[in-house]
Design a protein around this ligand. Structure first.
Ligand SMILES: [Zn+2]
Length: 240
């Protein structure tokens, strides 16, 4: 397999509270995958500046999914096209809208997380997530709809492939860069964290079994892997 011209470089290092943001560049195009939270905007801009770049130099934003911690600085990139799945956009916007319903939100959550009862302390967790949503969720920070190029209808820029990893959120997309014998994978929350998956403050998977399969696939296929909430790592050659 021909080695890709795409280079991947971490702008924001993911951890248990905040998501990974990655810069992809191939000499012609520059792409930011996932954009983080409003209070990280200055860090994202600083990281670009350190590379001699500003927001207008970014041609595309790719959102793996629309959980709060991955999308709320889209608004910085007013010149960029935004590639994301419409399924994930619609699902997450609807989820966050329903979470604002004072009276029925717990009931409504079951539409999105039908497996909730299988988790310990899940209501506590959801109360926390709801507070977080009321504090931060803001449709105006997602960019304008005219910027969007839905992945269901449009190919990613040449040399990049979407990998639908829908266990975390329906329509979740990881990004694959074919790169030598094993691809580079910008996993998003298909692979949350290498060792501390349970510590990361994110929603439970929409579908636990599929999320397990997605994670396994990323780990088996990937050479260089960028988790959604952890530092990048490289699989040793000739092993899983
Ligand atoms: Zn997520």
């Amino acid at each position: 397999m021909k080695t890709s011209e795409w280079k991947a470089d971490v702008l924001l290092t993911g951890n248990w509270r905040t998501a990974t943001s990655v810069l992809l560049s191939n000499g012609k195009l520059r792409i930011v995958v996932d954009t983080g939270m409003p209070h990280e905007a200055h860090l994202l801009l600083e990281a670009l500046e350190q590379r001699g770049l500003g927001a207008p130099d970014i041609h595309y934003v790719i959102n793996t999914h629309f959980h709060i911690d991955h999308v709320l600085n889209n608004t910085i990139f007013t010149n960029s096209l935004i590639c994301a799945s419409q399924e994930s956009y619609d699902w997450c916007c609807s989820l966050y809208f329903d979470l604002t319903d004072e009276q029925h939100w717990e009931q409504l959550l079951l539409k999105y997380y039908p497996e909730m009862s299988g988790y310990d302390h899940v209501l506590e967790h959801m109360h926390q997530m709801r507070k977080f949503t009321l504090r931060w969720w803001d449709l105006n920070r997602l960019g304008t709809l005219s910027q969007y190029r839905w992945i269901e209808q449009h190919a990613l820029p040449e040399g990049l492939q979407p990998f639908f990893t829908w266990g975390h959120v329906p329509g979740h997309v990881s990004v694959i860069i074919p790169d030598g014998p094993k691809p580079t994978i910008i996993a998003g929350d298909a692979f949350v964290s290498r060792a501390n998956e349970d510590r990361v403050l994110t929603m439970i998977p929409h579908n636990r079994e599929q999320a397990r399969r997605d994670r396994e696939k990323v780990l088996v296929w990937g050479g260089r892997i960028f988790p959604g909430h952890d530092v990048e790592f490289t699989n040793p050659p000739h092993s899983h």
